[in-house]
Design a protein around this ligand. Sequence first.
Ligand SMILES: C[S@@+](CC[C@H](N)C(=O)[O-])C[C@H]1O[C@@H](n2cnc3c(N)ncnc32)[C@H](O)[C@@H]1O
Length: 485
Amino acid sequence: MTKSNDGNRHPPAGGRGTGKTPGNRGGKPSRGAQRGAVTGGSEPSAGESAGGLGARRAAADAIDAVLVNGRPLEEALERLTRDLDERDRGLARMIAASVLRRLGSLRAAIGACLESPLPERGRRAETLLLVGAAQILLMDVPDHAAVGTSVTLAAEQPASAGYKGLINAVLRRLTREGRALLEAPGGAHPDLAPDLPDWLMAGWSRAYGAEAAARAAAMLGTEAPLDISVKADGEGWAEKLGGRLLPTGSIRLVGAGNITALPGFSDGAWWVQDAAAALPARLMRAGTGMRVADLCAAPGGKTAQLAATGAHVTALDRSGSRLKRLSQNLARLGLEAEVVEADAAAWQAAQPFDAVLIDAPCSATGTIRRHPDVAWTKGPRDVASLAGLQARLLDHAATLVRPGGCLVYSTCSLEPEEGEQQVARLLAASDAFERDPVLPGESGIAAEWLTAAGEVRTLPYHLPDPDPRYAGLDGFFAARLRRRG
Ligand SMILES: C[S@@+](CC[C@H](N)C(=O)[O-])C[C@H]1O[C@@H](n2cnc3c(N)ncnc32)[C@H](O)[C@@H]1O
């Protein structure tokens, strides 16, 4: 049932503060909600809803795949948008990412238009409301198309057909009042970070302080720029691509469009890699003649960096399918590495390496800006079990480093259990290694990105820029250790 403007607000279904998973709706359904009662607005015409229906359907299905089945967004979109043209693929991706990035805020705005939360069987209807609301409130889409397509999609499934009228009425109301509901400070949602689960915000507040956690959350609600790494001639490629050369050597682009059509892609001059993700390999000081191992290598961003230095690189990963992608990426770039499919926690090398990188599998909470599904598919239990795997991988990687050699451990997680605590544990357990601190300015690394111990700890709001489209970094951790000789 929709609610008149002056009624009491109900909390959003799921979302921050309820202690529920995003797909878990609370509250009893009202009769009106069950029956899809309409309080205003009229049905859109068929003509209004005809265009882009496939993109919206794919977006809704992808959101359900993430929130209901816990699947990664990229995997879902790849499957669901296979038959769409490039424009619709882009639209589906944009809608799904916008919903997942602002899930709590959108639910709050929708909830403010409902007298009671939708019942469990209204799940699809809620997804279609989110799809419509994201287009109306966050994207440059004509309102009538956003409303019409959600209503048409509702009619497609028995579970949502009864909600057509309600979806129409709520979305029409959002076209009039939604921005105020979304932006009202402490209004529809009084929390600082309505778009992230409590456990993440609590952990970041403990680790970095409440203000830093809030700044990180604010940055994660925005779209990320495109960062690329180049084999050589950063300045030249920045100019050719109309991008900015960052102090770390990465190039940053905004509004780049289809990356495979950009100059240099088919020639293998560069590859996509977040600027923070490019730091761990730089810390290894690899160069011609060095023997280097990249032990969790696929899909090969860091392998490519290391190979481009002229080092002899062994790229190892447990996943054969991901290694296939690594080999394809290296072939496009014209770079070489010895590729090994094995478990990095057990693999034995013929002789120790000059430098070993362990870019461990992790919760990836530092990449939520690029992968907003991570916030809703990962939980504290994932962090705990991944920390166990990381410890095994790091301990074994340490045995593969020659005396005097270098060990770099990195993760794209903001959780200290997957970063600082792993390294502290290794150093406490054995005196075979010591820290080789990273100094401010090395590889363009800002002092603000370093811990007191000389480890790299980038936070999403680092690398600010007056133009917000160019601001921010993935959250990354990287530590450099030296094996005592
Ligand atoms: C964070 S990703 C690596 C990203 C890669 N370094 C890059 O820059 O493109 C982690 C990788 O670890 C691999 N992995 C997970 N467990 C592993 C294990 N026990 N042994 C080897 N690789 C493993 C995964 O298959 C995944 O490719």
